[in-house]
Design a binder for this molecule. Structure first.
Ligand code: SF4
Length: 352
């Protein structure tokens, strides 16, 4: 694949006239649909585009978006955040994590609140920043609270590789890397799910390739279109899905060919396979335990595993979602986000 310039990712893909033309084509074609199309955009990045550009308002009533479980912060169960907080309270531990994670509440509060109480918790911009912090603090143990989907895992693998290579032994990992296909399976396992098409996440697909969605197409007979993040990308993907539905096809398509190939980034996949193995089960906020849906360090890297080293000091109690939480139903398309009665009251990402 030739080297991609950043501008190529968006140039022309935010053009309002193109969006309007696509909306018109979708509307004409959607009039031929025999049943509504309920498209799950798995990734929060797509949800952002849909909201920011008002794309839902441009679509006919028989096309709906169902916002999926593709945000690694939102799906993190409280007990994992509780474990991060427990690690941060151990004397001489510096807990580092990506900035998004800091304000998400665990059962005893968010990491931001624990930081305010004096814990050494540092948000970082990219995983390799953890290496520098470990080098600068040789008398402390730095724990990287690693989050993210297939997109972010290669960066954690590179961090681990560098720590091994440079002999930086005071850097440990608490691994919370999760996988998209098992989450799709969890959504589709519900016989009442209304999802009948997918927009495939693009960041994830850059790494994995579009190949990972072929089982979704085959097993559930739903179209999957891997889509870029710009409004033209999303509208083109919706048009492709509607075409498939009207023509009675269920296929894997790749709208985001400027960044995604079928096989993906094989060098990154190799790095991930070198350091990680599949975790038998991981609990997702809203979806509960999903088998084989996350990663953990391979046994040969257990000396880097904070969950093992500090196992006795970490809380293991599973914390259920708020009684009124409707995450699971929202993720399956059985409820709308606005149906939640506790958003901004019982459930808020803001430090209290
Ligand atoms: S309680 Fe409501 S706002 Fe909070 S996570 Fe659940 S569905 Fe979302």
């Amino acid at each position: 694949m030739p080297e991609l310039q950043l501008k190529q990712l968006y140039d022309g893909f935010r053009d309002p006239r193109t969006v309007a033309e696509l909306a018109s084509q979708i509307k004409q074609l959607a009039a031929k649909l025999e049943e509504p199309v309920n498209v799950m955009e798995v990734c929060g990045g797509h949800t952002h585009t849909i909201m920011k550009y008002g794309l839902l308002q441009l679509l006919p009533d028989n096309i709906e978006f169902i916002h999926g479980p593709g945000c690694p912060v939102c799906i993190m169960p409280k007990e994992r955040i509780d474990q991060a907080a427990a690690l941060a309270q151990i004397p001489d531990v510096i807990l580092v994590t990506l900035g998004d994670m800091i304000r998400v509440p665990g059962s005893e509060g968010s990491l931001a609140q624990f930081r305010a109480k004096g814990c050494d918790i540092r948000p970082i911009y990219m995983p390799l920043d953890a290496l520098k912090i470990a080098q600068e603090n040789p008398d402390k143990t730095v724990v990287y609270f690693a989050i993210g989907f297939e997109t972010s895992t290669p960066m954690t693998a590179v961090l681990l590789e560098q720590a091994e290579k440079l002999g930086i032994n005071n850097l440990l990992f608490h691994i919370n890397h999760v996988l998209v296909p098992p989450a799709i399976d969890a959504v589709m396992a519900d016989p009442e799910t209304r999802v009948n098409a997918f927009i495939g996440p693009s960041h994830v697909s850059v790494i994995t390739g579009s190949q990972i969605y072929q089982p979704t197409v085959d097993n559930y007979h739903t179209p999957v279109v891997v889509s870029g993040f710009e409004p033209v990308d999303v509208m083109q993907s919706i048009l492709s899905i509607v075409k498939q539905k009207v023509e009675g096809r269920c296929e894997l398509e790749n709208q985001y060919e400027r960044a995604v190939s079928y096989k993906g980034n094989e060098a990154a996949q190799q790095k991930v396979n070198q350091y990680f193995t599949v975790r038998p089960s991981f609990r997702w906020r809203g979806l509960g335990p999903i088998p084989n849906s996350a990663l953990m360090l391979k046994p040969e890297y257990r000396h880097r595993d904070a969950e093992l080293k500090y196992g006795e000091r970490l809380p293991v109690k599973e914390i259920d979602d708020h009684k009124a939480c409707q995450c699971g139903d929202i993720l399956r398309g059985k409820a709308k986000p606005q149906d939640c009665k506790v958003f901004g009251r019982g459930c808020t990402p803001k430090p209290r």
